[in-house]
Design a binder for this molecule. Sequence first.
Ligand SMILES: C[S@@+](CC[C@H](N)C(=O)[O-])C[C@H]1O[C@@H](n2cnc3c(N)ncnc32)[C@H](O)[C@@H]1O
Length: 224
Amino acid sequence: MYGFAGWLSGESDVEDDRRKEHWDRVYREKEPTQTSWYQSDPALSLALIERAALDLNARIIDVGGGASVLVDRLLQRGFQQPSVLDISAQGLEKARARLPVNAAVDWIVSSITEFRPTVRYALWHDRALFHFLTDPLDRTRYLAVLREGLAPQGQLIVAAFAPDGPSRCSGLEVVRYDAEKLGRELGAEFQLLEEITETHITPSGLEQRFGYFRYIYQPAKGLE
Ligand SMILES: C[S@@+](CC[C@H](N)C(=O)[O-])C[C@H]1O[C@@H](n2cnc3c(N)ncnc32)[C@H](O)[C@@H]1O
């Protein structure tokens, strides 16, 4: 999907091609259970989603969802049409292949920076995508897409490496966040409802500190 990324610089498409190659290779070469970010039970994400108190027909999107089992759990809980977006078709294919053929999931292959939402989501979940955006321009693009795609009064859940978490993941540099730093990126329209720190244990037994942040989106009047 190509849109306004080329608008500011022609280089973004090249960068997205590199990212896509990287992530497709990761998902081709590893089973989801072998990736450092694997969780058999995304319990904290599910608890935060539960606290958002959504109707089962509310639209939820998991951006950078890859092969995560979060979508399986959302379907089990009765959510009617969750969306999963990822730059890697290979990653999404791993998830799609394990679900029943008639699973009502909206699979979206796109870089988040290029995504043009056609609906407004009641909840936007991001575990470990935003922290890969080391270029401020990419973060600006992400936030523009987020504001376009999240319904006013919708909720945002972001999980990112904490300040005492790793500085790299999957061979790529990341930006680590606490609530203050993430709040500065998101701006005043996103009001923090809660934050929780989690120590994730990778399949090889390493500890990784994550921060989880839940916000409500309250755009200024006229910008809705
Ligand atoms: C560390 S993994 C996390 C996967 C999943 N959220 C989880 O918690 O299991 C990061 C994911 O973000 C995806 N990703 C990286 N950059 C992206 C981008 N610019 N747009 C969309 N997805 C991206 C990768 O393909 C990968 O699936």
